[in-house]
Design a protein around this ligand. Structure first.
Ligand SMILES: [Zn+2]
Length: 52
């Protein structure tokens, strides 16, 4: 009865307000951007975490 399995969960902590959110990380995270639900700060993937 399981839905779509999500294995790429990531916990983000907003550096601006400290809000924690658990998100499903898309595989193509090179273009991954998230807005903090609390303060609308733009959260980006960890730098240096890809080949670019
Ligand atoms: Zn925030």
């Amino acid at each position: 009865m399981a839905g779509s399995p999500i294995n790429l969960m990531s916990v983000l902590t907003c550096p601006n307000c400290g809000q924690c959110e658990t998100l499903a990380m898309p595989e193509d995270r090179h273009q991954w951007v998230h807005l903090c639900l609390s303060c609308s700060n733009v959260l980006l993937p960890r730098q240096g975490d890809c080949c670019a």
